[in-house]
Design a protein around this ligand. Structure first.
Ligand SMILES: Cc1ncc(COP(=O)(O)O)c(C=O)c1O
Length: 482
């Protein structure tokens, strides 16, 4: 195994190398094979993972592609990072490759230390506890909602045990055992696709249609005007309007609100964010009304905004009650305040409750983030990239607008979904993989190791594609300025 890994660390790519169209013949053949068994329409190309390195993905046809999408924002250190490759050859990893523990029954003896030295080491301010969940962001949010409901009912019962009536009625899915409680979320938000969290997801109808939902409230989310500095007054008015809407719902919704969930940057829904003021006020409204304030850092967490946790930018006096994480962290779960730990056992529980192997990966990730000062790199590369995108936006105002984001977690709008998809396709043909979100938005989600040289390649390729667009069909369109 050692030899295989040392080989992995060998190739070093500095620019895209495109040999075929993407997906090429081999990827297309694999798509055919796979389509007999599973849905394939969302797949861009198949990877040769062993040959991939750093910020470059190598596909099945040998194309070397700069990866600025990073597996939907879930690739922290790029491909086959030497520190990860080295750690994976250590004998301590082997038992966790060979079997998986039921962490709620027989955790490995290393587990308390790993929790302390990985998850608690990077804990957001104000937390002394953490729960790990199945691995995906949806499982983190789903369990966070349960924690909020259990906490709310415990408060209402003044910490007494559930009554006999509650225990009987819950078995029939009836009140008071199965109470009417809700989670308030925002228009365009995305909190996952599992049955519970899907009721809080509001990004696209196709995710929700045909699936029974809880009748939970949804609130308007501020649509800010850019550049922010030039629209401070109207943006503040817009945020105040949305906050009034939140307060109205909290006071009048027929189903009492147990939790408010919000993403620091509403990613899948189109990379929208409000100013710190908005989140500070949300925090205040939640605290004043006995509501759990849940921050969904599934996509924003683990450094991509230049801070380990994006909500750090809000400078809250009173930290959130729950912060959920997954994606780049490799493990999923949520930080919670002590009062959110259920009084009874087995209430937030499942077979695996996490994965020690992924935790070992996170250990390496946090070491590398610290050792290579990656948050600084993200900030520096991100500032450069944003500045250059703004310049490009001035050059092609009809194609690129509303450049926004923090660190390398950046986005811009195109005139419409068709142009956006064409842009993503053309970029991929030139060996640069980027992503879309919302209706007409391009989002950048590179790994944390992405540097200025990578940024220059992205920018040069983007300009080549934009020039082609300008000379051809899309020049009559223009981007709606928010
Ligand atoms: C903010 C946010 N929350 C939750 C999720 C759901 O995570 P997963 O797809 O891992 O279930 C996502 C996924 O994109 C997300 O961006």
């Amino acid at each position: 195994m050692k030899r295989a890994f040392s080989k992995l660390a060998f190739p070093k790519y500095t620019k895209p190398e495109v040999l075929t169209e993407i997906p090429g013949p081999k990827s297309r053949q694999l798509l055919k094979e796979m389509d007999l068994l599973q849905e394939t329409r969302t797949i861009n190309f198949f990877m040769n993972t062993a040959k991939s390195q750093g910020t470059y993905a190598v596909d099945a046809d040998g194309n070397v592609i700069l990866d600025v999408f990073g597996h939907i924002a879930s690739l922290p250190l790029g491909y086959n990072h030497p520190a990860m490759a080295e750690a994976a050859t250590k004998p301590e990893w082997l038992p966790f490759l060979l079997q998986r523990h039921a962490l709620g029954v027989q955790p490995p003896e290393e587990w308390p230390r790993e929790l302390r030295e990985t998850l608690m080491r990077v804990s957001p301010k104000g937390f002394s506890e953490v729960m790990t969940t199945c691995g995906c962001g949806s499982s983190a949010n789903e369990n966070a909602f349960k924690a909020a409901f259990i906490w709310k009912r415990k408060r209402e019962r003044h910490s007494a045990e559930p009554t006999r009536e509650e225990l009987l009625t819950c078995m029939r899915n009836e009140a008071p055992g199965s109470p009417q409680l809700s989670i308030l979320s925002f228009e365009k938000s995305f909190h996952g696709r599992m049955l519970g969290c899907l009721s809080a997801t509001r990004s696209k109808p196709i995710h929700k249609v045909d699936i029974p939902a809880f009748p939970w409230p949804v609130c308007r989310f501020p649509r800010l005007s850019y550049p922010l500095e030039e629209h401070q007054r109207e943006n503040r008015e817009e945020e105040d309007r949305c906050l009034t809407h939140v307060e109205d719902i909290v006071h009048s919704h027929p189903i009492p609100v147990a939790g408010i969930i919000v993403e620091p940057i509403m990613a899948e829904g189109g990379d929208h964010a409000a100013t710190p003021y908005f989140y500070q006020q949300l925090r205040r409204i939640a605290a004043n009304n006995g509501i759990a304030f849940i921050v969904d850092e599934v996509q924003t967490g683990c450094g991509a905004t230049g801070r380990f946790w994006a909500h750090d930018y809000w400078q809250l006096d009173n930290p959130p009650d729950i912060v959920t994480f997954a994606k780049k962290m490799q493990v999923s779960g949520f930080y919670l305040k002590g009062e959110f730990r259920p009084a009874q056992t087995y209430r937030i529980y499942n077979t695996w409750m996490g994965d020690p192997l992924r935790m070992l990966q996170l250990h390496v990730i946090t070491n590398v983030i610290e050792g290579e000062n990656l948050l600084r790199r993200v900030s520096d590369t991100g500032s450069f990239l944003k500045m250059e995108l703004e310049r490009i936006s001035q050059e092609y105002p009809f194609l690129v607008a509303n450049v926004r984001g923090k660190g390398t977690f950046l986005a811009f709008d195109t005139p419409d979904g068709e142009t956006r998809n064409q842009l993503l396709f053309e970029m991929r043909q030139k060996g640069v993989q980027i992503g879309g979100c919302g209706e007409n938005t391009v989002r950048l989600r590179p790994p944390l190791i992405f540097d200025q040289q990578d940024a220059n390649i992205l920018l040069e390729t983007l300009q080549t594609v934009l020039r082609k667009f300008k000379n051809h069909s899309v020049q009559h369109k223009s981007v709606p300025i928010k």
